[in-house]
Write a protein that binds this ligand. Structure first.
Ligand SMILES: O=P(O)(O)OC[C@H]1O[C@H](OP(=O)(O)OP(=O)(O)O)[C@H](O)[C@@H]1O
Ligand SMILES: O=C(O)c1cc(=O)[nH]c(=O)[nH]1
Length: 228
């Protein structure tokens, strides 16, 4: 790519966001290479929250979700984690809400395949009711959030009040100029919060020689699929 096409970064980063991105790189959660996304797009980077695979990681993540929710003043009654990667995130979030904010919040998660023995069903945990906050790792096309909205249609006492993700990939939906977050907020009126946006990840690695090649590929990807 011609370097004159690279848009200068205007993204600002708070210290905790820098620490989080740095930690994600250290844990190999934030990876660079060739990845096929659920949407079918070929991405030069991937955020694999499954590599947050120990107690300290989950503690840090729980704190980020809890802080994001509380500081945004979101009103909620329970937390929902969509399978699979949303499941540990939901437990870490409610643990942090209890530990740091003295709020004992119920949580639930789904099974990808309904169980037909034992307790049965596809929802595990607290009854789905009241204002639900979804926690997930990444938003790309918003499919996971739309699936949760569809699931909640069977639970008239529950409404999706908000969603919190770690990473907003800031990608245009096919045939649209809107990102998944913009489209979901517009269509369903739900608030979606992201701890870190792609532009902030790019600003963080900008200037580091070891990431220069990856950054160039991310710029190309962003020119093709990104919202600005
Ligand atoms: O915004 P979207 O286009 O839905 O993409 C993001 C979703 O994709 C991944 O989950 P995946 O469906 O791969 O399932 P997993 O949690 O079982 O890995 C990721 O954990 C998000 O939930
Ligand atoms: O869009 C996806 O499928 C996706 C992107 C990403 O960065 N991480 C992830 O788990 N899924």
């Amino acid at each position: 790519m011609d370097s004159t096409n690279i848009r200068p970064s205007t993204a600002t980063l708070q210290d905790w966001q820098k620490s989080f991105i740095d930690y994600s790189i250290t844990k190999n959660v934030l990876q660079f290479g060739h990845f096929t996304l659920k949407s079918g797009r070929n991405s030069p980077y991937f955020f694999n929250a499954g590599k947050f695979d120990d107690g300290l990681s989950q503690k840090k993540l729980g704190e980020i979700y809890a802080k994001t929710l509380i500081e945004a003043g979101i009103e909620f009654d329970m937390v929902f984690g969509p399978a699979y990667k949303g499941i540990p995130l939901a437990t870490s979030t409610v643990y942090a809400l209890s530990d740091l904010y003295d709020r004992n919040v119920p949580f639930a998660f789904n099974r990808k395949e309904a169980k037909d023995h034992g307790e049965g069903g596809s929802i595990v945990g607290a009854p789905l009711q009241g204002k639900v906050v979804l926690v997930d790792d990444v938003i790309t096309a918003g499919t996971a959030i739309k699936e949760t909205l569809a699931l909640l249609e069977s639970y008239p006492e529950a409404e999706l009040a908000a969603a919190v993700v770690l990473i907003d990939r800031q990608e245009k939906l096919d045939g649209s100029e809107l990102s998944a977050i913009q489209a979901l907020e517009k269509t369903y009126g739900i608030q979606i919060l992201a701890a870190v946006k792609l532009e902030q990840i790019m600003a963080y690695i900008d200037g580091s020689d070891s990431f220069a090649e990856h950054l160039a590929k991310m710029n190309e990807y962003r020119e093709q699929y990104g919202v600005f």
